[in-house]
Design a protein around this ligand. Structure first.
Ligand SMILES: [Zn+2]
Length: 414
């Protein structure tokens, strides 16, 4: 079986890949120090553990799609949650399966007759990850966010809440992730699918720093679930879509560069359009503020070179790159890229116009967010040792989070 040029063997035991959304390596480091993640500690000791690089921009959709395709955005086309359709001037949501190019490891295994289960916390991901995955015949694809509305026809499963014995979780809760894991464990027990993809939500990481009581409680709970998956004799592979950084000032207010306001002042209102590709309906997570934005030139005044010059001079900006440079550096699809990409330093986030961001739902928490290369380092942990060839590949690097299916399926010693 081949997906996007990578050959995969038929695994001799179930392979479970977990994407710990927002699972910055600092949470594992702190969890190990606090002794609350004994199963992950054992995987690291007896299996394989490294740091990997995720897709930039370090957002949820591009990285989840990179993981399930085993490819970079230049291949799969998903480089954010939104892009600007230059012809119409409208922001287009990039979470539809029709915008995903090529195929996924999940769809190809199902097509080859293997049993495949995909469970996402967020429903926006469920459809995209499930592109081409024919449900039914044991193949399942649903989200915990809409676990109360599953049908055999659309999701390959029904009555999920009864099956897992949990109430429908709130969209802003740890349970939205824990239901994904619980359902995965129950389905592994019941059906023993060949391939399972479990994608969590970053609600906890957006709200709580490593070591906070709530963060440690969550990590202890997911660690217990990883232990149960391991006890069912599966290959368990853990990675993240992106990390997370505190981007608040000492007084607790968000450390934001309102880029649209700055560009409007320089070039005139309407001359440029800033798109924040982190934008989604989970605004209590991040207020649509992240470390990577795109700027399109819409009028006649601003040029990409002038925007790059202006942005590079702003304190808190790590880099401003024109389309060609950012696509080359991060392997992005040029047709969905802005004229200029602006990237923040680790302690800063970038917004559009201040008036367009609703920060009321942040609820008094310090803003923690992601999007820049500074949040693109993620864990890469497998509960079993690697074969020599894969050990060599990992050591020669750079290891990417989108190689996790390849490593977990092809790289694990028998
Ligand atoms: Zn995420």
């Amino acid at each position: 079986m081949t997906a996007n040029g990578i050959p995969y063997r038929r695994p001799d035991r179930p392979v479970v890949v977990v994407c710990i959304d927002g699972g910055d390596p600092a949470y594992f480091t702190r969890g190990l120090a606090d002794g609350i993640i004994p199963n992950v500690a054992r995987f690291m000791r007896e299996g394989f553990s490294a740091l990997a690089t995720g897709t930039v921009p370090s957002f949820t959709c591009p990285n989840n799609v990179s993981i399930v395709t085993g490819a970079a955005p230049s291949t799969h086309g998903i480089s954010g949650n939104f892009y600007l359709d230059a012809a119409t001037g409208q922001a287009v949501v990039m979470t539809g399966p029709e915008l995903l190019r090529g195929t996924t490891v999940l769809a190809e295994f199902a097509r080859a007759g293997a049993r495949v289960v995909s469970i996402a916390a967020k429903d926006k991901l469920r459809r995209q990850i499930g592109k081409g995955l024919e449900v039914g015949e044991g193949n399942i694809n649903f989200s915990s966010e809409k676990a109360d509305r599953c049908t055999l026809a659309e999701h390959g499963i029904e009555q999920v809440l009864e099956f897992v014995g949990m109430p429908l979780p709130h969209m802003y809760s740890a349970e939205l992730s824990l239901l994904v894991l619980e359902a995965g464990i129950r389905l592994l027990e019941r059906d023993r699918p060949a391939i399972m993809y479990l994608s969590l939500t970053d609600y906890i990481q957006h709200k709580y720093a490593p070591g906070a009581a709530e963060a440690n409680r969550f990590y202890a709970a997911i660690d217990a679930a990883f232990g149960r998956l391991d006890a069912l004799e599966a290959v368990v592979a853990l990675t993240a879509d992106h990390g997370m950084n505190d981007v608040a000032k000492p007084d607790g207010s968000p450390n934001v560069i309102w880029l649209q306001d700055i560009l409007d002042q320089e070039f005139g209102s309407g001359d440029t359009k800033v798109i924040c590709p982190i934008t989604d309906y989970f605004i209590a997570h991040h207020g649509a503020l992240g470390g990577f934005v795109r700027v399109w030139c819409r009028g006649g005044r601003a040029t990409p070179a002038a925007i790059v010059r202006l942005a590079q001079g702003l304190p808190g900006i790590e880099a401003a790159l024109d389309r060609e440079a950012v696509c080359r550096l991060y392997d992005l699809p040029a047709d969905r890229e802005g004229d200029v990409a602006v990237i923040a330093k680790a302690t800063v986030c970038i917004g559009g116009a201040e008036a367009d961001h609703d920060l009321s739902e942040l609820g008094g928490f310090r803003l923690r967010s992601h999007g820049a290369p500074s949040e693109a380092t993620v864990p890469f942990v497998i509960n079993r040792p690697l074969r020599a060839g894969y050990q060599r590949r990992a050591a020669s690097g750079p290891l990417r989070n989108h190689q996790i299916f390849d490593f977990a399926i092809n790289g694990v010693a028998a």
